[in-house]
Design a protein around this ligand. Sequence first.
Ligand code: NAD
Length: 361
Amino acid sequence: MLDRRKFIRNTSIVVAGSLLPLSTLYTNSNQKKIGVCLVGLGNYSTAVLAPALKLTKHCKLTGIVTGSPWKIPIWQERYQIPDKNVYNYQTMNRIANNPDIDVVYIVVPTGLHAKYAIEAANTGKHVWCEKPMAKTVAECQSIITACKKNKVQLTIGYRMQHEPNTRTVIAWGTSKPFGKIKTVKAEIGYNVSNPERSWRLNSELGGGTMYDLGVYALNAARYTTAEEPISVSAQQMTTRPEIFSETDETTHFTLEFPSGAMAYGKTSVGKSMHRLYADCEKGWYTLQPFSMYSGVQGKTSDGKLLNQYIENQQAKQMDDDALSILNNTPIIVPGEEGMKDIRIVEAIYKSAKTDGSLIKL
Ligand code: NAD
């Protein structure tokens, strides 16, 4: 049996030029598992990520960071998390000394992503950060800089880019089986009849449709065309100003791409819509829904179905990201990808504030 020091030495890998120890967790078959610490135990962590971690092959939930002491016994019992792996926002810097934790996963309100992602990077652990990456390009850049400085990986939680039918659409952006892409329509919205009074209505904490939902449409427009837009214009509107006093209820945006392709994006918390559509010179294809947790499916103008099944998107995302740490292979959604969207989101808000003026990117 390996002693602990030998095991750490044996399981160290070279990542971004540095030697990083992996946690000593492994399955009966001696397969290493990436130890994940969730920061923020809100809805997404509780209802989605933690259960998905149980379905992963290459990850294990080993730590939590929470500001709500009442949640601690519930999480400890549910996921067998020892006292030494429980932190609050003031003590999370001590994760640096915890060999059970390889990755710190930031799942707090968007306006706090940069603060805690930088703190996570400074522990020397890899950083997974939920979408949208942050509120501003400056914040995104500061996260990237902190991760580079600490020689740790940075991954953004764009789960769609791990989903198999979406990956087909991403590949078609380059292979163009239906010829040149002329128009993309990307629409995501929910009819939220009674929006909760949460950080999502607070612009300081990262509220606003483009941040919460619109980045799915924007990211889809970029991965469908496999191009970066050269200009953008946008309009924002609300039918319920008494609720949406700080943030918008609906955003429409138009992107122009170097090839001449145009993308029309819509996002709303007042209307349900979940469609991605690409109109090409020799046909079309669509995913509907294109962004839900399950059931992503589509079809093409020549009658093909896009219907590959996946058990759990988030488990696939986290396994893909764990494998890129374990094997030192390219990350599917690196920080730079998250920052590209935020650069456009900033331009969208600027255009919307100036009556839909055209913003060159
Ligand atoms: P939530 O409000 O349910 O949870 C947020 C957590 O952050 C809570 O535990 C809260 O206590 C904690 N927190 C720490 N400091 C806080 C502060 N100052 N103010 C408010 N809360 C604070 O939100 P959520 O739905 O879990 O979203 C969290 C993150 O996950 C967001 O970045 C969101 O965009 C992302 N998310 C991603 C997906 C996806 O499909 N990838 C889905 C939902 C949410």
